[in-house]
Write a protein that binds this ligand. Structure first.
Ligand SMILES: C[S@@+](CC[C@H](N)C(=O)[O-])C[C@H]1O[C@@H](n2cnc3c(N)ncnc32)[C@H](O)[C@@H]1O
Length: 322
């Protein structure tokens, strides 16, 4: 007989009540009370990773960093898949850089987000990633029809909908089953899969994809080289990879406070080159607004090791040309 315990749930109603009380206290800014009742909840159910994580957060807010660290470490031990992102909290506490988000964390984030995804993106963030990519691809390749397209991190299908009319056969992949279900309801894909974008690309036949899209997805990947290399392998000769990222003003890439990665222009050029890709468009593009301000980003359309069309790599964030 196998026994499966979901570490994010408890069966104990008293522990659950303590947890609810702690959440209310944390909402009121009383992290000391929150930590105290979470410790009581953990005494009742020591295997409850959600309570350990909340305790880590409360201790962190109190400035009790070594105890916060201990709570996040215990969270990770109890839930090694790390659906809550304890590894990210540990890295922040230790001042370590992070090169990738835990996959289970991204999956849970978007499964939870799926029910309000559309309204939040269009009403609050004025999101225009798919439209910006479509305009850039049309500008670069006016009138072109793509036989086979892949949409990485397809989400609810916004990029699929933007490109549907110019792609013959279109498949989408996303880590989050909740988002894939929304994409299925949108009825814009010929095929859909739940899974990781890079693994999906590696299973594609080499040299057959005419168009690969990644709208607002690379912000959940730090090191882009594995994905770019897999995309280069999957692309047909003359095929295009079109993606957006948020702009890092410093070097390389960095995880921002909103737990989205930012990539510098120099990093993109280097990683594209190493992957055997070349940017035909690489231009500043803001695809969403936060607190009323456009978030700086880069939009790229690349081909397999081709030279830029007429050298048209766009100006960088400061208007300089390479
Ligand atoms: C902000 S949404 C964008 C969705 C869609 N591309 C659009 O423009 O509306 C990011 C999506 O990428 C997915 N995602 C993040 N990392 C992924 C990965 N490694 N493989 C596949 N999907 C991923 C998330 O689950 C989420 O649905």
């Amino acid at each position: 007989m196998s026994f499966f315990r979901d570490p994010l749930r408890t069966e104990d109603p008293i522990a659950e009540r303590r947890y609810a009380y702690a959440q209310a206290a944390a909402r009121d800014g009383d992290f000391s009370a929150a930590a105290e009742v979470l410790e009581q909840a953990i005494e009742i159910d020591p295997l409850w990773a959600a309570a350990w994580f909340a305790l880590g957060e409360a201790r962190q807010r109190l400035g009790a960093f070594p105890p916060a660290r201990a709570a996040f470490a215990e969270t990770l031990r109890l839930d090694p898949e790390d659906r809550q992102g304890a590894a990210l909290q540990l890295a922040a506490l230790d001042g370590r850089d992070v090169s990738a988000l835990p996959r289970a964390y991204v999956t849970r984030l978007f499964d939870d987000y799926a029910p309000r995804f559309g309204a939040h993106l269009t009403d609050d963030l004025l999101y225009r990633g798919p439209a910006a990519l479509f305009e850039a691809v049309r500008r670069l390749a006016p009138g072109r029809h793509f036989a086979r397209g892949l949409d990485l991190g397809c989400g609810s299908g916004l990029a699929g909908a933007a490109f549907r009319a110019i792609v013959g056969w279109l498949s989408g992949v996303d880590l989050s089953p909740g988002m894939v279900e929304l994409a299925r309801l949108a009825k814009v894909y010929d095929a859909l899969a739940v899974g990781d974008g890079v693994e999906f690309l590696r299973c594609e036949p080499p040299g057959e994809a005419d168009l690969i899209l990644a709208a607002d997805v690379f912000v959940y990947l730090g090191d882009l080289l594995p994905t770019l290399s897999a995309a280069a392998r999957a692309l047909a000769p003359g095929g295009l990879l079109a993606f957006t990222v948020e702009a890092e003003p410093g070097e390389g890439y960095r995880l921002g406070e909103a737990l989205r990665f930012r990539h510098s222009r120099a990093y993109l050029v280097r990683a594209l080159g190493e992957a055997g890709l070349q940017a035909q468009v690489l231009e500043p593009s803001s695809t969403r607004r936060e607190l009323g301000v456009g978030v700086p980003g880069w939009l790229a359309v690349c081909g397999r090791g081709r030279r830029p069309r007429g050298g048209q790599v766009g100006p960088d964030a400061r208007g300089r040309r390479p």
